[in-house]
Design a protein around this ligand. Structure first.
Ligand code: G3P
Ligand code: CA
Length: 251
């Protein structure tokens, strides 16, 4: 008898939905994160800010103007004020009534269905004291430590994450073609590189992997670029359209 052959999809790269499945639903809303799960995404990427009253809210911009019917700075508004805004109608009438969610709401809604949750901190300890502590507490409270990777362009924020919870994974966001960034990443300390797709080359992924670091690249929607970064061996592709990327990868 020939042994049973199980054909399962390749484990890598993971497909992460950038701000949820934001090509098809209003970014950073529960609708977009739920659609990511329905699309078969392995994970999500999201951005967190602190409200004036110290609550963690999921929104990309510093201001609410682009993605809601309100105006103003996120950090100057209370959670109640932020929750009163419509965060879906700008994308399409069918999404009217979507709200700016809290981090806990997103994690409670979809966290259990995901393999990797990339939480991007949009500020560091000096400008937003308490942000890092609250994110770590929320992840801990929901028991999602092993599924999360915390990223930021502010690498002091990542050092703070590790000081509070050494087991929580971190990833450095950067935009340039850095030479041997894995050496620097280890000093932060971080567990992953989060480069933009246009700096990903095989040597970058090989160097990162030799140093024990993962490579999560963003934001990749074009099919040829999806194929190229996958061929480079990245561990995760962050995309606005997880269903399309899965299809390009043959899943
Ligand atoms: O995860 C990387 C990517 O999300 C960073 O860019 O501006 O979309 O937060 P941005
Ligand atoms: Ca982001």
């Amino acid at each position: 008898d020939s042994p049973a052959v199980s054909i399962s999809p390749p484990a890598r790269p993971l497909v992460l939905a950038h701000r949820g499945a934001s090509a098809h639903a209003p970014e950073s809303t529960l609708a977009a994160f739920r659609l990511a799960v329905e699309s078969g995404a392995d994970g999500i990427e999201l951005d967190v800010h602190l409200s004036r009253d110290g609550e963690l809210v999921v929104i990309h911009d510093d201001q609410v103007d682009r993605t809601t019917d309100g105006r103003g700075w996120v950090h100057e508004m209370t959670l109640a004020e932020l929750r009163s805004l419509d965060a879906g109608r700008w994308f399409g009438p069918g999404f009217a009534g979507e709200r700016i969610p809290t981090l806990a709401e997103v994690l409670e809604a979809v966290g259990g269905a995901l393999r990797l949750i990339n939480i991007e901190l949009k500020a560091g300890p000096s400008s937003r004291p308490g942000l890092v502590q609250r994110v770590v507490e929320t992840v801990r409270r929901l028991g999602l430590e092993e599924r999360c990777v915390i990223s930021s362009f502010n690498h002091f924020a990542l050092r703070e994450v590790k000081r509070i919870e050494p087991s929580l994974r971190t990833g450095i966001l950067y935009v340039e073609g850095l030479v041997e960034p894995w050496i620097y990443a280890r000093q932060v300390p971080a567990d992953a590189l989060h480069p933009p797709h246009y700096v990903v080359i095989p040597e970058l992924v090989e160097g990162a992997h030799r140093a024990g670091l993962a490579v999560h690249t963003w934001t990749v929607d074009a099919p040829d670029e999806v194929r190229r970064v996958a061929a480079c061996g990245v561990d995760a592709i962050i995309t606005n359209d997880p269903a399309a990327v899965r299809s390009v990868l043959g899943r």
